[in-house]
Design a protein around this ligand. Structure first.
Ligand code: SF4
Ligand SMILES: [Zn+2]
Ligand SMILES: [Zn+2]
Length: 457
């Protein structure tokens, strides 16, 4: 399922054909659409279309082009329109210094007032920003304390602007222009974490290839998804699932991601055995939002699966290039289940079985568990993240305290010569000292990999 998070269904190119436009969308797997208002009249149109069609939701806003036309009744008008049960956002709003159809000062005033309404109503915002990033960021920073969130729609910035958007906690959405030849956006799509990307058509504008030049419509969302999938080396179903989960997170549109104990990504199959962990890493969303690549890995202790349940959920393991014990929790806590499933995988002929671990297996079981993994596990990725015991404890907050850092190093040494591939990993958060961790990996005689957070596989 896909969600088109930004369409103008009431525009004259689409509205007379609405029933066929919605049927086309449905056939293409685009099951929810957010139609966007840009002024009083189009807001009313959006509300009407959303009221008439289950699959359509609305955002009400005031476009920067029309800033000059807004009057002192703006707040009262938007509050009344936003009261509709199918309104999921305030937008589009923002700054457009490319066309400058309204004076910039007036644009800033209206944008600020609209952000005030969104904060008051705790609704996310849909931002239109063209050649006005600096002022947009300045204005938004004044609202961050209110937990204001939203999306930069039809994102047109470069990597520098992308970083600022991410720091603000906002999403970016991409339109059909990512499919255009030599698009400068390709590097931006590559750099944007998939957990922060939404899909939109902005129809009737910006029609993706190969339909460029014709009218755009929500049914073309899969063409945009396909381009993003190729840029990011993910499958089309990964993009559909993840961007749909993102839309739910921001707008509450669609269904929350289903809980999963096995979860395919690309050609790999991942297994979550537990949500328990012996670390409480400061960067880990295990307790707050345990969603990875569109899968909800949250699990109560009573819901931890048995080996039979895992095996049943896997189905045919030979469909995958690799099977990985991972999840938002430490898999070696459930060593018995892990070994039973690994034995079954090997009996089925799976070539590559991996564990992603925090390296506490021996501390947890108070013995050397590595010989038990021999012949069953082909690769092990051990996350170290910090180069000294003190820093490790500060960030990872291990329940083993001071002994945990050395415990991870000792575990890694124990794996050498027993498990064919041993890798020390570090998450690339801003303060990470990758060089120092790499040196440790070299001293222990294992590989090193720096990975983006959430970048499984
Ligand atoms: S070791 Fe992994 S699962 Fe455990 S808290 Fe850290 S990041 Fe989260
Ligand atoms: Zn726009
Ligand atoms: Zn738009």
């Amino acid at each position: 399922m896909y969600i088109d998070t930004h369409a103008h269904l009431d525009f004259p190119e689409l509205r007379p054909h609405l029933s066929s436009v919605l049927a086309n969308a449905h056939h293409a797997g685009v099951e929810k659409i957010i139609t966007i208002g840009i002024d009083d009249v189009t807001n009313e149109n959006a509300l009407q279309i959303a009221a008439d069609h289950d699959e359509v939701y609305a955002a009400v806003g005031w476009h920067p082009h029309d800033s000059e036309k807004a009057d002192h009744n703006l707040e009262a008008l938007i509050r009344r329109q936003a009261d509709h049960p199918k309104v999921v956002a305030i937008g589009e709003i923002g700054l457009d210094y490319f066309r400058n159809r309204s004076p910039q000062e007036k644009q800033r005033e209206i944008f600020t007032r609209m952000l005030g309404i969104a904060s008051e109503l705790t609704l996310p915002v849909v931002i239109h920003c063209r050649e006005a990033f600096s002022d947009t960021f300045d204005i938004l920073r004044n609202f961050t304390s209110d937990k204001l969130t939203g999306v930069f729609h039809c994102f047109s910035g470069g990597i520098t602007e992308l970083k600022q958007v991410l720091n603000l906690g906002f999403f970016v959405s991409f339109t059909g222009n990512v499919t255009y030849k030599n698009s400068a956006l390709t590097s931006v799509v590559a750099a944007a974490p998939i957990e922060r990307i939404l899909l939109e058509t902005d129809c009737p504008f910006l029609t993706p290839q190969p339909h460029r030049g014709k009218r755009n419509e929500p049914a073309y969302i899969p063409l945009i998804a396909d381009q993003i999938a190729r840029t990011k080396g993910l499958s089309l179903s990964d993009i559909a699932r993840i961007t749909t989960a993102n839309s739910y997170r921001l707008f509450g549109v669609g269904e929350p991601p289903a809980k999963s104990i096995v979860y395919p990504i690309r050609n790999s199959l991942y297994i979550a055995l537990t949500s328990r962990c012996t670390n409480t890493c400061r960067f880990c969303p295990r307790a707050t939002n345990p969603v990875v690549k569109g899968y909800n890995l949250g699990m109560d202790d009573e819901a931890e699966p048995t080996s039979e349940q895992v095996i049943q959920a896997i189905g045919d393991p030979l469909k995958y290039e690799e099977v990985v014990f991972c999840g938002f929790g430490e898999p070696t806590i459930r060593l018995d289940v892990l070994l039973q499933v690994a034995r079954w995988l090997k009996s089925k002929g799976v070539q590559k079985v991996r564990i992603n671990t925090n390296g506490h297996g021996n501390l947890i079981h108070r013995r050397n568990i590595v010989p038990e993994l021999s012949g069953l596990i082909d690769s092990i990725s051990i996350s170290l993240n910090e180069p000294t015991s003190e820093r490790y404890q500060k960030i990872m907050q291990s329940e083993f305290g001071e002994s945990s850092f050395q415990g991870v190093i000792d575990f890694t040494r124990a794996c050498v010569g027993v498990i064919p591939e041993v890798v020390i990993t570090a998450v690339s958060y801003p303060a990470v000292d990758a060089e120092a961790i790499k040196n440790i990996a070299e001293r222990v005689g294992v590989k090193f990999r720096l990975r983006a957070y959430n970048d499984l596989g």
